[in-house]
Design a protein. Structure first.
Length: 138
């Protein structure tokens, strides 16, 4: 389980991450990654969790959110996919810079994907989103 400070909860936070973040799709999922100090990153998005806790945070935490639509399957299948993704992301949050925002969107094929396949696609998508943008050859 992700700590409250590491979860995206507000729809405005999701929208800002999707709008300003770098998108990378690999296999059965799409990742939107917003790195701190990225030009065009909105400043009106609160780095604080939706609920305040007694613990004090000295710096902006790396946060993650998940989008698993009804196209993935019924509620039981969506929750299984969300739990798998949450567990995979929890292991990888420490590798991202402080203050990053990560949104993972599951595609319908994620319902049949194995745990290792989800992990491989997540690693590839995060690596692509973190890579510096280069000009595409024409």
């Amino acid at each position: 389980m992700l700590a409250a400070a590491q979860r995206l909860r507000r729809s405005s936070d999701f929208a800002a991450a999707v709008r300003a973040g770098r998108r990378a799709g690999r296999g059965v999922l799409v990742v939107h990654l917003t790195l701190p100090g990225t030009p065009g990153t909105p400043t009106d998005v609160s780095p604080k969790p939706a609920r305040t806790t007694a613990a004090k945070h000295t710096s902006a935490a790396t946060r993650a959110g998940f989008v698993v639509s009804k196209a993935v399957g019924p509620a039981v299948v969506r929750n299984v996919v969300r739990r798998r993704l949450r567990h995979l992301v929890r292991e990888r949050l420490a590798d991202l810079p402080e203050g990053s925002t990560l949104v993972v969107r599951a595609l319908p094929a994620a319902a049949e994907a194995s745990y290792p396949r989800l992990g491989a696609d997540l690693d590839a998508a995060i690596a692509t989103a973190r890579a510096p943008r280069g000009r595409r050859p024409r």
